[in-house]
Write a new protein. Sequence first.
Length: 419
Amino acid sequence: MIWIVIASGLALYVAWNLGANDVANSMGTSVGSGAVSLRQALAIAGVLEFAGAVLFGRRVVDTLASDVVSPDQFTDTPQVLVLGMVSVLLTCGLWLNLATRLGLPVASSHAVVGAIAGFGWAASGLHSVNGSLLGQISLTWLVTPLISGAIAAGFYTVLRRGILQAPQPLQQTYEWLPWLSLVLVSGFGLIVLPGLQPAISAQINLPPHTLALATGAIATLGLSAIAARPVALSDGPNPTEDNGEGIAIKPANPVEQIMARFQLISACFVAFAHGSNDVGNAIAPLATIVHLTQPAGDEAILPLWILGLGALGMVGGLAVWGGRVIATIGEGIVALRPSSGLCAELATAATVLIASRVGLPVSTSHALVGAVVGIGLSQRNSQLHWSMVRQIGLAWVGTIPLCGGLAAAIFWGLISLTH
């Protein structure tokens, strides 16, 4: 129980740093584009991160807790597994803390997977690490920014040609409202609702797709009605002021005001997606330790308080330390407007939620940075800051060996102290 208390404190510390880094970069495009304030971002993250973690996060937690390094290898030496998971938590917390102070949106999934692999190597050798799973996870890390960037660039290109460059963009926006609403609602519903349907159907006796269709129809109509509210036309910019592509760049542009309403919804989706995937990075080692104390047959049950601890820590970290990383994602790579931020967040949410659905720990920062870069490349005259992209990329690459080596060193130190 003493080790559970220690691990709980360290998990809260990791979640706190994860909130300052990963939750911050997941909300960075919304804050950077002016669609939401930092206070609104905190409120959104508080509700949706918790919901995503509790409703959709268990598969990723299970993958990290038992598949990278199997706990079955330590049946006769559970204290070694406990010390290993403590070293993983300490490693991830320290690295995320440092990265946040530097303003770098690193990948927490890199940190935790690298740390678990480092502990496994130090404890039992390379054979104890699931090499095939590591290869699969590494492949998703490479593919994630490419997929997210392609989705974001494609969606933004359609939005730019269909609305932003139209002769009467405001009128065109109102005509597109139902379709934009449908894309937002359908993208989220198709990925998330099938995973929740069995649990809901067990409580409510409904035909298979009734809930999904009803929820989609109500949400689409409601979102269209909210977005169709009049905007302050008098505050709009001169139509000749644009970024070289016929797109007005001032935030007061009435079209961008409407897009900001959609981006508020897409920010909710990103927060839910992040909670569903990245909460495992903070609490999976704790879950492994707690499982050691559970009776035989109950090991698969993940206590709700562990998920709640992770969600609480992430929200607190965002509130206290998140501003610097938000600035990096929201402003440091390329200038964003609500229309482009909307596309980046939709691509990010879709990519991460698909990964959560199959239980793969991907990086939200990979998806979001890839989406922002994809949008920058799709704009002919955009000022894409490649030096910042290179800096982020180096931080990603360096995280895995650094955290692996640090976790091994901490594990050896703990072993020597306890024996």
